[in-house]
Structures are given as C-alpha cells and as structure tokens.
Design a protein around this ligand. Structure first.
Ligand code: SF4
Ligand code: SF4
Length: 468
C-alpha cells in the first residue's frame, strides 16, 4: 500500500526523518502569476513595515505599542491604560476575525501576509537563490568541498542575513519604543543603554537564527495558528488543494502512449520540488501547508507544457472537489460573522464616545464638611485631569446638580497635551438643598466650549434639620 492510500504520510513530518534528524528543504524557485502577485503584496507589506514608524497622524505616531507605559497608538488613535477595555475587545475581535477568515479561506494569511513567510520567501530565500542557485543546485553546492567561491558566497549570504536581521530587529523595536527613542539608541554609545543594546542584539541574533536554520519549522512546530488549523478548517473551507478526482490515477507521461486510463497528474513532482515545507500536496490538506501557492504555479506551468487545462492544484474546497459543491455560508461562518459585527459595532461605539480627558475627583482627606456663616455647607475636593489629546486644554468645572457653587481654589486646571493637571476645588451648597447626609453631585468637566466628561461624586453634609 502506498502512503497516498494508507495515510501513513500523516505519521511523520516531511522535514524530520525517522531518527528525528532534520531533513533540509531545498525548494526550487517559484515562478508564475500567483508568485508575482505575492511579490507585489510582500513589497507593499515590507514598505509599510519600514515606513510606518516614521508616519504621524497629526501629532501622534501611526502605530506605537509602548507596553512599558501602557500607552498605545493604533492608526493614530491614542489608547491609554483607562481605555484598555478597547484593546481587550479589539484583541477578541481580531481573534474572531482570524477564526472566521480561516473557516472561510483556510491558511491564506500564512502564505500571503504572515511576516514569517514574507521575510523568509521574499527576502532571505531570494538572497539564497541569487548566491547559491536554485533548490537542487543549493543541495550540491552545500555538499561540495569548501572552495574560495563557496566561502565567499556563504560569507556574503550570512553577512547579508545578519544585516537584514539587524534591520528588522531595529524596526520592530521602534514599534514598541517609538522612532525617536530608537534614533537615540542607535546614535548613542551602547555603553549608555546596555539593556536596550543587549535586547537589540538578542532580537537580531534570534531573527538571524530563525531565517538561517529554523525556517519552516516555525510554521510546522511552533506557530499556534498552524496547530489550530485542524479545528478551524472544515470541508467547505477554501484551501490550496489537489483535485485528486481529475489527477488520479497519476502516471508519468510517455510519448505516444494513450492516457485514457490515467488522470491528469503526470507525476512530475514539480509541486513537491517547489514546496517550502517539503510536503506533497497530492496527499491532501496537511498541517504543514502554508498555502503559499507555489505548487499551484508549478503545476499550472506543467499543465500548460503538456497541453492540459490548468488548475489541477488550485484554491478550492474539499466539498467542491468531491461533491461539486461551491462555497457556502455555513451556520458556523454566519455565527462568527454576527459575533464579529457586534464586536466591531461595540468597539466603534466605545471609541466614538471616548472622552479626551480622564478625570479623577476625590474628597480631600481628613475633612467631612464646613458649615459657613450663611448656613450653606462646603466640601473640599482634589481633582486630577489627564489630557489624552494632542493639544493643551484649559479645564473648567460646572456643578450640574444640585444647585450650588463650584470654585477652583488651587492652581488653574491647565493640562498640557498628554499630561495631567491637578488642583483643589470647593463645592458650596445651601443647606436646604441637602435632604440627606450624602448628596450625589454631578460635575461637568469642559474645555470652555463643550462638555468633555460628566463626573459623579458625593457631597457630605449634616443631618437635615426638618424643623427649619
Ligand atoms: S503544498 Fe503548495 S501551498 Fe502548501 S506549502 Fe507546499 S507549495 Fe505552498
Ligand atoms: S505538478 Fe501537477 S502534474 Fe506534476 S506531480 Fe504535481 S500535481 Fe502532478
């Protein structure tokens, strides 16, 4: 029985032999329409990755994930620790989106957008093709004894790999510390920022190690998304698939021989030779497949050469191949879509109703209330206003309820952009307004033109005198 029919190929990884040793993959250079399209998408993504840290929206960075200070900017929108519910909801929405997208379109993300694939296939692998030749040539090049030519090519490759790893590590760090801080780190002596410098070197070496040695093992052994494929996909999901009904029984093409008893697969193995994860897609959907489409391009070019229709390997679903059923909106996809729409609506509402200030009002410690000569009661409060906007603000307070006087007795509430303003204020209320010892207060915080926030607190007073 062959592995195609007994399924034994599922018992082993294509890149690890039975003794647990690595089988190095030497994929051939992909060519074709899909590869060209992937190169265009990858170019766009790489350009975006390298220029995004320099882009500002107004006075804010486009993207910044300052985890240390819990201060984020996502497409220019500022997220403070107080807005962390938005981050949590966004992460949940993203997870639902990934599940929905995978249920519908399989592992499309891995082949086209995932940084691991983009860096490996579009940067590192292309340098290797340039310096060491196509896949089979690389194999013999590696086996050949050391020569000046081999030494120079290997040295050039590793210097370039290290340089790119260093560049990627720097640009990734800038997403967490900001481009200005990165400039400062890069332009000053390493002894002035040993921790930053050490982290940068560790990241650079880790990236170099991943793309020099670990490679496709990240996708097959480490990536949690890859491991989840078996539960996210179903027979309706669109994946890179071999049309076994059309291709089997496969057989080598022999000149002049009739193929009436054979399928369209000419068993040329081109789809296997180009596969960067070393698998044979003709076995069916496999965990290792990153949907890179290299096998589609390879098979299409073979089909063209032998005069058969293309798309023996294509983007399609298992149901389409076996039952001729087109893509359907299943109950699972509909349910994920509803959940995602609700989450996006909620995030949009919360983001739109967010205030540009965050006000904290506390009663002054050690005091309850003062009774004034005119019979009114006075409470003292401290106030802290965080200005989350990119402009400075002059904050004004108004007592919305109950009737009374509010007066800032400390420093004026002037808050510079992204800074706090602190002060002290008093609230004075006629005793007749106080029906209990604890009266709810509503204070409007404004910038003089519009109300930015409404803060609720309490006002302490004496027991009401019902005889007056
Ligand atoms: S099977 Fe095809 S799509 Fe999947 S990883 Fe290999 S070449 Fe890419
Ligand atoms: S490239 Fe196409 S024809 Fe060649 S072995 Fe693969 S599936 Fe068969």
């Amino acid at each position: 029985m062959s592995p195609e029919t007994d399924g034994s190929f599922r018992d082993t990884l294509a890149t690890i032999d039975r003794r647990g040793r690595r089988i190095w993959v030497y994929p051939s250079r992909p060519r074709g329409k899909l590869y060209t399209a992937r190169r265009i998408v990858a170019t766009f993504l790489l350009v975006f990755l390298f220029i995004a840290p320099f882009i500002k929206v107004g006075k804010h960075p486009l993207l910044l994930f300052d985890i240390v200070h819990r201060h984020f900017f996502i497409f220019g929108i500022e997220i403070w620790p107080h807005d962390f519910h938005l981050v949590v909801l966004s992460v949940i929405a993203f997870a639902v989106f990934v599940i929905l997208f995978t249920a519908a379109f399989g592992r499309l993300f891995c082949g086209w957008i995932c940084p691991q694939t983009v860096f490996l296939e579009m940067l590192f692998r292309r340098i290797e093709f340039l310096l060491e030749g196509n896949g089979p040539r690389q194999r013999s090049f590696n086996k050949a004894p050391m020569s000046i030519n081999k030494f120079v090519r290997k040295l050039t490759k590793h210097v370039l790999f290290l340089g790119i790893a260093f560049l990627i590590s720097n640009i990734l760090i800038s997403y967490f510390v900001g481009i200005d801080k990165l400039r400062e780190l890069v332009s000053s002596s390493p002894t002035e920022h040993m921790i930053g410098f050490t982290l940068m070197m560790i990241f650079s070496l880790a990236i170099y190690g991943v793309y020099t040695r670990f490679r496709e093992q990240v996708c097959t052994l480490v990536c949690p998304y890859g491991r989840l494929q078996s539960v996210l996909l179903d027979s309706n999901s669109i994946v890179v698939a071999y049309d076994h009904r059309r291709g089997e029984p496969r057989g080598k093409r022999v000149r002049g021989e009739s193929r009436s008893d054979k399928g369209d697969c000419v068993d040329c193995s081109m789809c296997v030779l180009v596969c960067p994860t070393g698998i044979d897609i003709r076995h069916g959907t496999q965990l290792e497949c990153v949907n890179c489409t290299a096998c589609i391009d390879a098979c299409n070019s073979v089909m063209k050469k032998v005069g058969l229709p293309p798309k023996l390997i294509r983007y399609t679903s298992h149901d389409q191949i076996t039952k001729g059923k087109g893509f359907r909106i299943t109950g699972r996809i509909a349910a994920y879509t509803v959940v995602l729409t609700l989450l996006i609506g909620l995030i949009g509402f919360l983001a739109a109703s967010r205030s540009v200030v965050e006000t904290t009002i506390l009663r002054a410690t050690g005091r309850t209330y003062d009774e004034l000569e005119d019979g009114s009661i006075r409470n003292l409060y401290t106030i802290k206003v965080l200005n989350k906007s990119a402009d400075s603000l002059d904050i004004e307070l108004r007592l919305a309820s109950p009737d009374g006087i509010i007066d800032v007795v400390g420093p004026p509430l002037h808050a510079e952009a992204e800074k706090n303003a602190e002060s002290v204020f008093v609230v004075q209320i006629p005793r007749k307004e106080l029906l209990t010892t604890t009266t709810p207060l509503v204070i409007e915080v404004s910038d003089g033109t519009k109300i930015l926030e409404e803060v609720h607190t309490t006002f302490f007073g004496p027991e009401p005198d019902w005889n007056k």
